[in-house]
Design a protein around this ligand. Structure first.
Ligand code: CO8
Length: 378
């Protein structure tokens, strides 16, 4: 009978951009833009021909989302009322791309944490909400920069890009097509935000995370996490959408049109995704015969603090503590697929042998991905 190797997460890494933006800063530029628009269109607004632009509010943002500030890859341009998007000049074809640079920084931190060299890695998956070009893959650029042999590829699953890529890595190690895999999530999402739209201008921040997934036989880290199970599900929904893509040019679609930027029906997302995510994790744990009450930590996707409070309540039948379900979105905002990986990276060192935790993402698609992991303390 074939025996499959045990698969572990042996290291994780985080790269944080040098700039951050507060709610107040974002609100100021949105409100100034709204005043300008409303003033310029006063007569048409008065006649009811044009809808006035609504203003934003920092206190609303913090209460509705839990976000106070977010890191951004480039601050220049976002707060300029004549631009309202980051100013990130194109790089020459012989220079490293921005996303590969972020990915390499996070990957180096994960390799250090796993006590591994790049030469130990067999495959690289770059998985995030957007890649800055279609080809050559960012993963192959990272592979080249780090001197990794084997293969690399990019994949996109919006907010579940990290957990879905971890599942791919798990399957690769388990089947023997690779012994060590680097999973990297360079989330450079702020260029796709509509900074004039009060419903979404505050939501996202940039960051990069990485994890090393490998065969337990060869682990070099003192503390690592055995993957007990992975689970992924998708269900089509238009409630979170961006239409920008490679056909935009052929369809004469303006890259600045709101439909081509991130947009969502936030209320519907909240109502539909919370029960799906809670049920997803509960049924996964039940199938493993693990009682939710014995889970030490829930490293949940970081989209909205109220979503996390509600999901944790559904899982535990009571309000979870900060230790049980840590929140990072107050400082980071929603970082697409990286949120749950940031939470894991910052909050796992206190785990002892046998402690169990769950990493779970939920978002656009809809897509939900989760891993149940058990600490091994060597
Ligand atoms: N300031 C002041 N008032 C506001 C603002 C604002 N900025 N925004 C809305 N309001 C008003 C509304 O107009 C409304 O007023 P009224 O009651 O008069 O109609 C009132 O405040 C309440 O509005 P909502 O009901 O919309 O407010 P909520 O309490 O629902 O909070 C949230 C809005 C925070 C957006 C919330 O609905 C939410 O977080 N929902 C879930 C969102 C979510 O998880 N989305 C996942 C997206 S992430 C993802 O999948 C990755 C995609 C890929 C990355 C893309 C990167 C660009």
């Amino acid at each position: 009978m074939t025996s499959f190797p045990s698969v572990v997460i042996s290291g994780s890494g985080l790269w944080t951009p040098p700039y951050s933006i507060t709610n107040e800063e974002l609100v100021n530029v949105l409100n100034e833009n709204a005043d300008r628009f409303n003033h310029a269109n006063a007569d048409a607004i008065e006649r009811g021909e044009v809808a006035p632009m609504a203003k934003s509010d920092a206190a609303f943002i913090e209460k509705a989302s839990g976000i106070r500030e977010r890191y951004v890859y480039e601050k220049d341009g976002i707060l300029d009322i004549n631009r309202m998007r980051p100013n990130i000049p194109a790089r020459a074809e012989n220079e490293m791309s921005q996303q590969a640079e972020m990915a390499v920084a996070a990957a180096r931190a994960a390799l250090d944490d796993a006590n591994r060299n790049a030469t130990d890695i067999d495959a690289v998956i770059v998985s995030c909400a957007y890649t800055q070009r279609a080809y050559p893959a960012i993963a192959i650029e990272v592979q080249e920069a780090l001197g990794i042999e084997g293969f690399g590829f990019d994949m996109l699953v919006a907010c579940s890009a990290a957990t879905f890529a971890l599942q791919r890595a798990y399957e690769m190690v388990r089947s023997g097509t690779a012994r060590s895999v680097l999973v990297i999530n360079p989330e450079l999402v702020t260029p796709q935000l509509n900074y004039a739209d009060r419903d979404s201008h505050f939501i996202f921040g940039d960051v990069a995370t990485a994890m090393v997934v490998e065969n337990e036989d060869q682990v070099a880290a003192k503390q690592y996490f055995r993957v007990l199970d992975t689970k992924a599900v998708t269900k089509y929904s238009n409630n979170i959408r961006s239409n920008f893509g490679h056909l935009s040019r052929a369809a004469d679609i303006d890259a600045f049109a709101p439909a081509n930027l991130f947009h969502q029906e936030g209320r519907k997302v909240f109502k539909e995704v919370c029960p799906m995510a809670a049920e997803h994790m509960s049924s996964q744990l039940a199938a493993l015969d693990i009682d939710n009450q014995t889970v030490k930590r829930w490293w949940l996707h970081q989209a909205n603090i109220n979503m996390n409070i509600l999901i944790a309540k559904k899982l535990l039948g009571r309000t979870a503590t900060e230790e049980e379900a840590p929140i990072v979105l107050d400082r980071f905002g929603n970082t697409a697929s990286a949120g749950s990986i940031i939470a894991f990276t910052l909050y796992h060192k206190d785990f002892a042998n046998g402690d169990i935790g769950v990493i779970c993402s939920f978002g656009a698609g809809y897509s939900i991905g989760s891993l149940v992991i058990e600490c091994v303390q060597g």
